[in-house]
Design a protein around this ligand. Sequence first.
Ligand code: SAH
Length: 231
Amino acid sequence: MPEHDPRPIELVMALRKQGITDAKVLSAIERTPRELFVEAPFTHAAYNNTALPIPCGQTISQPYIVAYSTEVLELGPNMRVLEIGTGSGYQAAVLSKLCRRVYTIERHKPLLLEAEARFKTLKLENVVTKLGDGFKGWPEQAPFDRILLTAAVADVPGILIEQLKPGGILVAPLGNPAGDELESFSQLLTKMIRTETGWKREALIPVVFVPMVPGMPQDPRKTHDGSDRKR
Ligand code: SAH
């Protein structure tokens, strides 16, 4: 990045206009160099407020959605946060600036390896990673103060609910996953607060996330493009 790259602050100004008001979230976005999280052909667009393709047929989320999700998580400096869907690692990097530790799970090994290298480059020592199926959560590290799903599910898996502390907040895109024959705007980012007796649930905004896929990918050598085979 050139020394006085104006793009991060321009992005922050755009996010502010879109209604992101939490100064700590905006500062975390400003201090996270998104150009490190996108592939070479897209570095020119790294600070555009758009989602971009990453390997394995996945996407790095739009900065607005990253900022918004982070804001509604209401993070505190001592919190331990579980993220499902590491992808590029961008969302985890933003979260890591606002909490004690981020636990992030990804099912595609090539994505996880690249994300780990980025965390190392940026010296983000409070991000820990796991190659695995997010539908199982991370029982050894549970319970978490916050859980963020960055892949779409029809409903929140019970196992993840069990891994959230009472009073904890879970944010997830709920509804039909984007793509194929499904309506692409049929997901709603949803905030769930675990209460003593159950859940308080609040639908927030329409979103488009890639689906959360159960199990681990097949051996990429067996497919044409490294993406999952259709079931
Ligand atoms: N948070 C990412 C973007 C997420 S894209 C970022 O900031 O770049 C959604 C990611 O969820 C993809 O990388 C996808 O491989 C992953 N994913 C989908 N199903 C999963 C599962 N069952 N367990 C873990 N990760 C999953």
